[in-house]
Design a protein around this ligand. Structure first.
Ligand code: ZN
Length: 94
């Protein structure tokens, strides 16, 4: 199916679909949903769809990013300060 190919982009994660084939919040398949990309350096994370992203506050978005990151094995090259900025959180606690 189409859904599993779209997850992560660029660098080390490019061809891996992270085990998730849809939005981590609503479960909508990437065949019908569009992930909201948040970029850190030259790669991006798209754990939730555009609709869910719009519905959530920055504080509510973060856990999905953490969950996706953990599913990758918590790689240290992911700069969470950039993720936090990208989703609208100030530079503070996770
Ligand atoms: Zn969603």
């Amino acid at each position: 199916m189409v859904g599993s190919t779209v997850y992560a982009r660029s660098t080390g994660y490019s061809t891996k679909d992270n085990g998730f084939s849809g939005c981590l919040r609503c479960g909508g398949s990437w065949a019908v949903k569009r992930p909201h990309w948040t970029w850190y350096s030259d790669a991006g994370m798209g754990p939730i769809c555009e609709e869910c992203y719009d519905e959530l506050s920055p504080e509510e978005r973060l856990p999905y990013y953490v969950k996706l990151w953990e599913s990758w094995g918590s790689p240290e090259d992911v700069d969470f300060s950039l993720i936090r900025q990208g989703i609208g959180l100030a530079e503070e606690v996770i």
